[in-house]
Design a protein around this ligand. Structure first.
Ligand code: AOF
Ligand code: ZN
Length: 348
């Protein structure tokens, strides 16, 4: 049996859950009977059926299950969460052979699913395309293992390596193009939250929505130490839950707006990431500004960086006095107009 072929199909199926599965992992499952795929499924949305359930339900002739193998990219769950344990369904359906991509890092499962299947005399094989299966759920992995959300940094950079607009000249240089905005909105639709600093919220006045791609807006996270941002900004339109990190102890009277009090004399990144962990927010896209990006890089708190490189040079015609000192930092190897850097990870 070509196990890798079926596991590849599981991975492909799993990826279809990209927009709605979080904070659950992406999982795909395939049921094979005498070399023929008779059932397929993936985890579509958090709170809904798991991949194995969808795959088993898709099998037309259920009497074939006791002679079949189920392939699943992640260890079948053994706990009752929002849905019942998948191992119980596999046992009840008398499926004699389970092939698993990787173990579930979630502490309530973490090997218990595998153990329960084995106890029932089911043949269990683990680690088929293991690295690919871990890669598939890298956001979930980081969240479970490091107890913090998966962090994506995103900025647009001028041809000469600046990421801020030179506003003192009166006409800011626009670094994004209409096409790259669509791509940015796609990236936003794939995360659960977007974080910006006060200066970016004020000067760029972003909406932080996905309107050019798909209407599934992430929650907005804004750092505004003294609550000095005006109510007229797009981020305060009330269209999506918005959390403001501040040192002020204040209750909000606005729809979809919540103030979160932090100690600004201590490390606020850690406080923000801890808060996100306890809110079960699994990913965050940091959209600036330069100081916020720099602090994530300095703390080595990032997993992925998206860089949009503009053909525009920002310094053309700008005097040295107009250049903000904090805007240039860590140059990265150029790979094209829009590129993505993953932090290299060793899976253990
Ligand atoms: C599986 N198959 O397709 C997924 C699994 O709250 P629940 O019931 O949805 O459980 C969520 C947990 O189950 C999640 O944290 C992860 O450990 C596992 N996800 N397991 O067997 C699936 N999505
Ligand atoms: Zn499950």
């Amino acid at each position: 049996m070509d196990k890798e072929k079926y596991m590849k199909r599981c991975i492909q199926l799993a990826s279809y859950g990209k927009l709605h599965a979080a904070p659950n992992p992406l999982v795909g499952a395939v049921i094979v009977h005498k070399g023929i795929i008779i059932g397929e499924g993936f985890h579509i949305q958090s709170g809904k059926a798991h991949a194995e359930v969808n795959a088993i339900n898709s099998v037309k002739d259920q009497s074939l299950l006791p002679e079949s193998t189920i392939f699943v990219s992640l260890e079948p769950c053994s706990h009752t969460g929002k849905t019942p344990p998948c191992v119980d369904l596999i046992i009840n359906k008398k499926i004699p052979h389970v092939v698993i991509g990787c173990q579930d890092p979630f502490s309530k499962v973490a090997g218990r699913g595998i153990a329960k299947l084995k106890e029932q005399g089911i043949k269990v094989e683990i680690g088929i395309l293991e690295n690919e299966c871990k890669e598939l759920i890298h956001r979930f992995y980081i969240f479970q293992e490091e107890k913090r959300p998966y962090i994506l940094l995103k900025w647009a950079e001028s041809a000469d390596g600046y990421i801020d607009q030179i506003r003192s000249s009166g006409t800011p240089t626009l670094l994004s193009s209409p096409l790259s905005s669509i791509l940015t909105h796609k990236r936003r639709a794939e995360v659960e939250s977007i974080l910006v600093g006060r200066r970016t919220a004020l000067l760029d006045n972003p909406s932080l929505t996905t309107r050019h791609w798909y209407q599934k807006d992430p929650i907005r996270l804004i750092i505004d130490r003294y609550l000095s941002l005006p109510n007229t900004l797009h981020i305060f339109d009330g269209s999506t839950p918005t959390f403001i990190f501040t040192e002020v102890d204040k209750k909000s009277n606005f729809k979809n707006r919540t103030y979160i009090q932090l100690d600004f004399n201590a490390d606020i990144l850690t406080q923000i990431l801890n808060w996100m962990y306890f809110q079960n927010i699994q990913s965050v896209l940091v959209e600036g500004g330069a100081q916020l990006h720099q602090s994530f890089i300095d703390a080595d708190l990032w997993d992925e960086t998206h860089i949009e490189e503009s053909p525009q040079s920002i310094l053309k015609g700008v005097s040295a006095a107009q250049i903000p000192t904090h805007t240039k930092y860590q140059r990265v190897k150029k790979m094209g107009r829009y590129y993505r850097i993953y932090k290299k990870k060793e899976w253990v």
